[in-house]
Design a binder for this molecule. Structure first.
Ligand SMILES: *Cc1c(COP(=O)(O)O)cnc(C)c1O
Length: 389
């Protein structure tokens, strides 16, 4: 049995070796704590679950959904964007549901790229920004995100021959894995750049609702001209503890959304309508307090982890958003993977090597804040006692 050539183009899974080491430790009876995965550990807010239960019991949700989505869903997204970002969206043409941001981002590759085309992909970044182009026979060209540029790409540094073939650009702020927020003026620079180079910008808005210290992350669509050149993929997964539900929306440029719709009518049959109705509840002001509570939990965890890292000699800046700490690997280790293996060996705590998120992630490691408080405290104590200088 031979997998397709396009599947063979996907690089090997970079966590494979780490996962084997973890499995070996667990088999030896060692209590391993994972700070590796970004998946909220607290449940979906109760009002959202209840709305989902009511919708689930209604036979009106049991038939095929349409790819365009229910009117209530499209209107709820538009109302939320107006209330939260001051962005006006036409629920008829500028909003569509997606079966999670992952589905949407992948299918945008299929909708817009031909073999030989290029997609510009934030590096480090969410794996679909590179896996998507590869799976459709196109070429991902990496946009390095480095601390000296506040984790924004240097748009002027993209090779001209690659830029000429580029059709899509994948950006993401607040950013996974770096925890960076968008600096003032960067989105405006992106709009100009996209106009000048005839690019569709795909802004991944997975973390706009997960922020600290009073910071309110913007939508890309707040930027003048953004709707002419881009779409935003808004996910409810992280901000509303809904990773299992598969609830997201694509918003912005109507022509791009119509193209995505045309593709999807050939691939899937839309989001379960009970999930769409639960999302309507999630986006209503009734859920604001629960989101604030979750953010207070993450902010406390962030401080716990950053304080412990400082004590073991790792200097990190406290992220203002996302559920991740992105920290430099201490001197004396040949790679991020080597450091993560060392931490696992010494303290039985799993952290992720930055190189797993792209070449420019080398030299960093990522800690996720989605571990229950008592386990996170235990992990932090272990780091302190086994790695303290
Ligand atoms: C978690 C994550 C996603 C996936 O979101 P879903 O809506 O659950 O598919 C997409 N992009 C980034 C940057 C993420 O961190």
């Amino acid at each position: 049995m031979q997998p397709s050539k396009r599947l063979e183009r996907i690089p090997p899974y970079l966590f494979a070796e780490l996962e084997k080491k973890i499995a070996d430790k667990k088999a030896a009876g060692i209590d391993v704590i994972s700070l590796g995965i970004g998946d909220p550990d607290t449940p979906t807010p109760a009002n959202v679950v209840e709305a989902g239960q009511r919708a689930l019991a209604d036979p009106g949700t049991h038939q095929y959904p349409s790819n365009r989505g229910r009117e209530e869903f499209r209107r709820a997204i538009a109302d939320f964007y107006a209330r939260r970002f001051g962005v006006s969206l036409d629920p008829e043409t500028e909003v569509m549901p997606a079966i999670g941001a992952k589905e949407c981002i992948f299918n945008l590759n299929l909708a817009f790229l031909d073999p030989g085309d290029v997609a510009l992909a934030s590096d480090p970044g969410y794996p679909v920004y590179t896996g998507g182009p590869l799976l459709v026979g196109a070429e991902p060209v990496l946009l390095p995100l480095l601390p000296e540029r506040q984790f924004t790409p240097d748009l002027g540094a993209i090779p001209a021959d690659k830029l000429a073939k580029a059709k899509l650009t994948f950006l993401n702020y607040p950013n996974n894995p770096t925890g960076a927020i968008v600096p003032d003026g960067f989105f405006a620079e992106v709009v100009e750049f996209a106009k000048a180079n005839d690019l569709l910008v795909v802004h991944d808005a997975s973390y706009t609702e997960t922020a600290y210290d009073g910071y309110r992350p913007p939508s890309f669509l707040e930027t003048p001209g953004a709707k002419d050149v881009g779409v935003e993929v808004f996910s409810l997964s992280k901000g509303y503890n809904m990773t299992g539900w598969r609830a997201a929306a694509i918003v912005g440029n109507a022509e791009a959304i119509a193209t995505y719709w045309r593709l999807k009518t050939n691939i899937d049959s839309g989001n379960f309508e009970a999930v769409q109705l639960a999302a309507v509840e999630a986006l209503s002001p009734a859920t604001d307090a629960a989101v604030e509570q979750m953010n207070a939990i993450y902010q406390r965890r962030r401080d716990l982890v950053c304080d412990a890292l400082a004590e073991i000699g790792v200097n990190v800046s406290r992220p203002k958003a996302t559920i991740y700490i992105w920290a430099p690997v201490p001197a004396g280790f040949e790679s991020a993977a080597a450091y993560c293996a060392h931490v696992l060996e010494e303290s039985a705590v799993v952290i992720s090597p930055g190189g797993a998120y792209g070449a420019s992630g080398e030299g960093f490691f990522r800690i996720s804040l989605t571990t229950p408080d008592e386990r996170l405290t235990e992990a932090v104590d272990r780091l302190r006692s086994t790695l303290a200088k």
